[in-house]
Design a binder for this molecule. Structure first.
Ligand code: SF4
Length: 375
């Protein structure tokens, strides 16, 4: 299904992965579990032979979610709920939803009540990650998820299945990192859209199969030119719709680093080998360096962005702001000030799942990069 995909097919599938997930489910007769950002340990779900699919909203019209969520809920939360209530109504066997902000906390209860006849579990990541007790908490949450999936499926998770899932997911992240690095050093060899489509799709399809496509793509990579490209850092939570990457490609902006959840934060999630796999999964949670809406530390985010900008010798930072995202709304004014005080050019792209105007984004991006030419 996903083991022999061309770049064109990957782009198309990343845009709408659901028909292929539906076909996979029918062929394999396995369960599909929806999750949302961030940091749900996919490997646990995979160790039960189920497919974890990260929900990343829909750009289709809202019909039901608006009546169920407050007006100031972010469009990502609204469109995720809409996706399962109106568009992918019978695809998912269950959901594991992390609670990372007030919106997702409310969303979990609303989801549990309104999305009927499916398994539901919350995944509660700690907000205060610098306390020693946070480690104990994360480990217990991972074990609780395992027990909950065991009750749902009626089977016990086998240690060797978890080991295998970790190997496959680690390989997926290593392949993506290699392709990402190659593209950033050879900007004309691949497009930003292609690279971030691969990262997105990795969080939605069977990685055992998809790794085969990634290996073939990696083997075929050929050096490209740097001429005419401007290196940039991408920051935020996610960059959606994927057409925004087309705009970056159009004006020859080369993403050389990012701190996105559908980006390097995901790639940082390799699990170290070890005897106690639950301990290793717990340690992975704290090893991820980049911003997460769970952590919400604007100073740490600023330091990360500054480091990415300097280490990669980038020319500017592009920050993708999801309107009404409370985590971003709190931090963005301070972040903007800190970045600009440091003398780093920064441009903010405003997105909203149902109304993002690509022509508006294009015009503002072009104007920004015209203004920094020669810096
Ligand atoms: S972190 Fe932001 S984008 Fe994510 S669910 Fe919460 S409010 Fe929405």
């Amino acid at each position: 299904m996903w083991e022999n995909m061309s770049l064109e097919e990957i782009k198309r599938c990343a845009d709408d992965p659901f028909p292929s997930i539906r076909a996979w489910k029918k062929e394999k007769r396995k369960k599909v579990i929806g999750t949302t950002f961030a940091d749900v340990p996919e490997e646990i779900i995979e160790a039960f032979g189920m497919l974890p699919v990260t929900l990343m909203g829909t750009h289709k019209p809202l019909k039901k979610a608006q009546a169920l969520l407050p007006d100031n809920a972010c469009s990502l939360a609204r469109s995720n709920l809409e996706l399962v209530l109106s568009y992918e109504t019978d695809l998912f066997d269950g959901f594991v939803l992390p609670q990372v902000c007030d919106t997702t906390q409310h969303l979990s209860d609303i989801w549990r009540i309104n999305v009927k006849n499916t398994y539901f579990e919350s995944y509660l990541a700690p907000r205060q990650t610098d306390r020693e007790s946070a480690k104990y908490w994360v480990r217990r949450e991972i074990e609780r998820l395992k027990d909950s999936l065991s009750d749902f499926s009626g089977i016990k998770m086998k240690e060797e299945n978890l080991e295998r899932a970790i190997e496959v997911d680690n390989e997926n992240k290593r392949l993506l990192k290699e392709i990402y690095r190659f593209k950033s050093e050879n900007p004309s060899s691949l497009t930003n859209r292609e690279v971030f489509s691969m990262i997105k799709l990795s969080q939605q399809v069977d990685k055992t199969e998809f790794n085969e496509s990634l290996k073939k793509i990696k083997e075929k990579l050929r050096s490209g030119t740097r001429e005419g490209y401007t290196d940039v850092i991408l920051a935020g939570i996610t960059c959606d719709p994927l057409e925004i990457y087309d705009l970056l490609d159009e004006i020859k902006l080369n993403v050389v680093g990012d701190n996105l959840l559908i980006g390097s934060r995901y790639l940082q999630g390799e699990v170290d080998p070890g005897e106690d796999l639950f301990e290793k999964l717990m340690e992975r949670h704290f090893k991820r360096g980049f911003f997460s809406p769970i952590h919400g530390n604007v100073f740490a985010e600023f330091e990360e962005i500054k480091r990415l900008y300097k280490e990669n010798n980038a020319k500017a930072v592009i920050y993708v702001h999801i309107e009404f995202c409370e985590s971003q709304e709190y931090d963005l004014p301070d972040l903007k000030k800190m970045v600009r005080d440091e003398g780093i050019p920064m441009h903010v792209i405003e997105t909203e799942y149902q109304t993002t105007s690509l022509s508006h984004i294009r015009t503002r991006l072009q104007a920004f990069f015209e203004s920094i030419k020669g810096i």
